[in-house]
Design a protein around this ligand. Structure first.
Ligand SMILES: Cc1ncc(COP(=O)(O)O)c(C=O)c1O
Length: 396
């Protein structure tokens, strides 16, 4: 039977190959150290959980909520952006709550795309940046984003040689998977480029608070006039260790916020209200927890990179995100990232994400998520060291 049209547009899931091997190894009783998924392992701060419980006890919070988010939460979002980035936003027309930032992003793609539209997306990138638009019927122009390429040069080339002219540009810093970061002048250039070329920009800053070594992540909305063309997606998943709660939001350009509000008003009734109330407390309440979350990732990063460095695998130190983007050791690079990840799993019992899963320009890399504690991280370093010393064949 012919596959459904939209399903047929989704290629086989690259990560499934590693996940299947991982599940099979676990089934055999092997202890797999899992750096695969960017899924925070720590609990949500207690005061946020307490608020959820308190709100869940109130019957009035059990009814349908509002799709675009309750007033209090939208006000808290705008107050947060003012404090954090000194950006002024109107809670009624420039902010909308989403069921995780992924949902908001995907439904905005659906809301604004006509079949055959072209979208500029960096490569490598978080898969939904591509597939939300693929599902919405768009064609993707991949823009290489690597340390060896000039992004604006690539962007200019892509714009010049793509027809029909792209309408949307996706930007994500700190980047998943590369952990690359940028400064405000970079965003100024993006906004200028977008205005010159009549593009809307979707900026995803899901990792904006997970910054190290004094790096302070900007918001694209800090650029004067950015609201003319930019909508920014923010996530509470990493900032407050709330991935399972599914809370995110989008702020910025009124036309885009309105489009997302309208499509969501048809599709959902909003998050469970106690979650929205607890999310309001997360944004308005004490912020020390963010520093603690940041320090945890930073010390895991240091343990991992120092250990792997001693094992002979030198990796660039990321300034942000919960990921290490590791150039595959030269002697294994020709295998490609998928085969290398499978080998690492089989021989060292360590799971990582193959870079090819984020796009063709990621194939010399693997992504290591900092989601295992220091003890387990050290255990992984020992196995990887043995693996590297044995030239990849530990059991022979
Ligand atoms: C770059 C990026 N954007 C968005 C998300 C999804 O965030 P949320 O949990 O808010 O849907 C992730 C999750 O890993 C991500 O890496």
């Amino acid at each position: 039977m012919e596959e459904f049209y939209r399903i047929s547009r989704l290629p086989p899931y690259v990560f499934a190959a590693v996940n299947e091997l991982k599940d099979a190894a676990r089934h055999r009783g092997e202890d797999i150290i899992d750096f695969g998924m960017g899924n925070p392992d720590q609990p949500t701060p207690q005061h946020i959980v307490d608020k959820l419980i308190e709100a869940a006890r109130q019957g009035r919070n059990h009814r349908y909520s509002v799709s675009r988010g309750i007033n209090g939460l939208r006000k808290a979002i705008c107050a947060y952006y003012k404090r954090r980035f000194d950006v002024d936003l109107d809670p009624d027309s420039e902010a909308i709550v989403s069921i995780g930032s992924k949902e908001g992003y995907s439904h905005l793609a659906l809301a604004i795309t006509s079949p055959g539209d072209t979208v500029l997306v960096p490569n490598p990138t978080y898969p939904i940046h591509v597939y939300a638009f693929v599902l919405a019927g768009a064609d993707i122009r991949h823009v290489p984003l690597c340390r060896t390429t000039d992004f604006f040069e690539e962007l200019t080339q892509a714009m010049a040689h793509t027809w029909p002219k792209p309408k949307v540009l996706v930007i994500n810093f700190p980047s998943n998977p590369t952990a690359m970061v940028v400064d405000l002048p970079f965003y100024e250039k993006v906004v200028a480029f977008a205005k010159e070329n009549d593009l809307y920009v979707l900026s995803d800053i899901a990792y904006s608070e997970i910054c190290f070594d004094g790096y302070d992540c900007p918001s694209m909305l800090q650029v004067p006039g950015a609201k003319d063309c930019v909508i920014e997606f923010y996530s509470l998943s990493k900032t407050y260790n709330m991935p399972g709660w599914r809370v995110g939001f989008a702020v910025g350009n009124k036309r885009l916020v309105r489009a997302l509000t309208r499509i969501k008003s048809y599709l959902d009734y909003g998050m469970f209200q106690p979650i929205q109330i607890a999310a309001t407390v997360a944004l308005n309440g004490p912020q020390e927890c963010i520093g603690e979350i940041r320090s945890l990732y930073q010390s895991r990063r240091d343990v991992l990179l120092e250990g792997l460095g001693r094992a002979g695998w030198e990796i660039e130190r990321p300034k942000a995100s919960m990921f290490v983007w590791a150039h595959i050791p030269e002697e294994f690079r020709k295998l490609g990232s998928l085969e290398f990840s499978k080998l690492l799993l089989k021989e060292a019992q360590v799971a990582v994400s193959p870079g090819i899963g984020f796009g063709q320009y990621g194939d010399e890399f693997v992504r290591i998520a900092l989601i295992e504690n220091e003890l387990r991280t050290r255990q992984a370093i020992r196995s990887i060291k043995k693996f590297l010393n044995a030239g990849g064949d530990v059991r022979s």
